[in-house]
Design a protein around this ligand. Structure first.
Ligand SMILES: Nc1ncnc2c1ncn2[C@@H]1O[C@H](COP(=O)(O)OP(=O)(O)O)[C@@H](O)[C@H]1O
Ligand SMILES: [Mg+2]
Length: 320
């Protein structure tokens, strides 16, 4: 164990399958990663969410030792992804979002080849996965559709006996039925103790599986935590009819404020509901509708790169 590698929370580094700090990566003058921090704990499914172009694949390619970072620290399964590439790749499996196969190799041969790089496949598991994904392993690379190429890589990864699965938008091109099979098999891998980093640009794809999620936007993590914790960061929509709409300086707990005569509509942070209600009652509340916060609305807000109104924990003053 290298000395000097300690964790701010006091957790030993061995508990983290992925430990990324202040990662920077530029392509020419374009900075794709701008001080990204990412922690994936051993045994968890970690959802890595962000819109297209946010930097998910760039981060993953650094983790895989395919790209060299400009600055920052990266530990993967206790090793250095750039230096320990051979050793680490025996202990992990990777599925990219756009699998390419050798045109004349069959799917079955490809699965075996990928498996042999990772120290072998579990044959029963391989057979089970091939059946559940309804994959014809006798076809050649050039004959497979996009979705079937994804299946080849997914079967090879999930049948390998590895500690860590790195899945970068793995289900692109799979139909909804196969997406369900995918969710099931990742759940089974998790139950066996495998750590999973699962990237997606769609919340629903990671929602049921992920123990924790990190949301990336423009090369930095803007939120991280359990889905329950993230729900605490959502806002409640409020519509009220009042005797007198209060002046703006009384409405500091209200966002997205829209006033129309006696009507006020706005959103309120979950932890400010009480204070907001006091303001409304003191203003002669005639009627009130409240819509519960939704994760979907939080994601839309976080994804909207034109919005500076995102309140991230370390930047509470950000806003319009
Ligand atoms: N090899 C490259 N050369 C130049 N720009 C790149 C390269 N790879 C990625 N980028 C840019 O970096 C940003 C992040 O890309 P990427 O990591 O692929 O995002 P995501 O996987 O979240 O969709 C994008 O703006 C993309 O255009
Ligand atoms: Mg990508």
């Amino acid at each position: 164990m290298p000395t000097g590698v300690s964790d701010a929370t006091g957790r030993p580094p061995a508990d983290l399958a992925v430990d990324v700090r202040k990662l920077h990566k530029s392509f020419g003058s374009f900075e794709a990663l701008r001080g990204l921090d990412l922690e994936v704990r051993r045994g968890e499914v970690h959802g890595f969410l962000g819109p297209n172009g946010a930097g998910k694949s760039t981060t993953i390619r650094v983790l895989l030792g395919l790209l060299r970072a400009n600055a920052g620290e990266v530990r993967l399964l206790g090793g250095d992804p750039w230096r320990d590439v051979v050793e680490l790749h025996r202990r992990l499996a990777y599925v990219p979002g756009d699998v390419s196969l050798w045109p004349s190799m069959t799917g079955g041969e490809m699965i075996d080849l990928l498996g042999s790089m990772r120290g072998g496949l579990d044959e029963d598991r391989r057979a089970d996965l091939v059946e559940r994904f309804e994959l014809d392993t006798a076809k050649r690379g050039r004959q497979y559709s996009k979705g079937n190429r994804q299946k080849v890589a997914i079967v090879a990864a999930l049948a390998s006996d590895v500690e860590l699965l790195i899945l970068d938008e793995p289900t692109s091109g799979l139909d909804p039925l196969m997406e369900n099979v995918f969710q099931e098999v990742v759940g089974e891998a998790k139950a066996l103790g495998t750590t999973v980093l699962l990237s997606s640009h769609i919340l629903a794809e990671v929602e049921s599986l992920a123990d924790r999620v990190s949301i990336i936007r423009d090369g930095v993590i803007v939120e991280t935590g359990t889905l329950t914790e993230l729900r605490g960061h959502t806002r409640t929509a409020v519509r009220a009819e009042l005797d007198t709409v209060p002046a703006a300086d009384r409405l500091t707990d209200f966002h997205d404020v829209d006033v129309d005569g006696h009507r006020l509509s706005a959103t309120v942070d979950s932890d400010r509901i009480g204070a907001a209600m006091e303001v409304l009652t003191a203003s002669g509340l005639r009627s009130l509708t409240v819509e519960p916060p939704s994760l979907e609305s939080l994601f839309l807000r976080l994804y909207d790169s034109d919005s500076d109104g995102v309140r991230v924990s370390d930047n509470p003053a950000a806003g319009e």
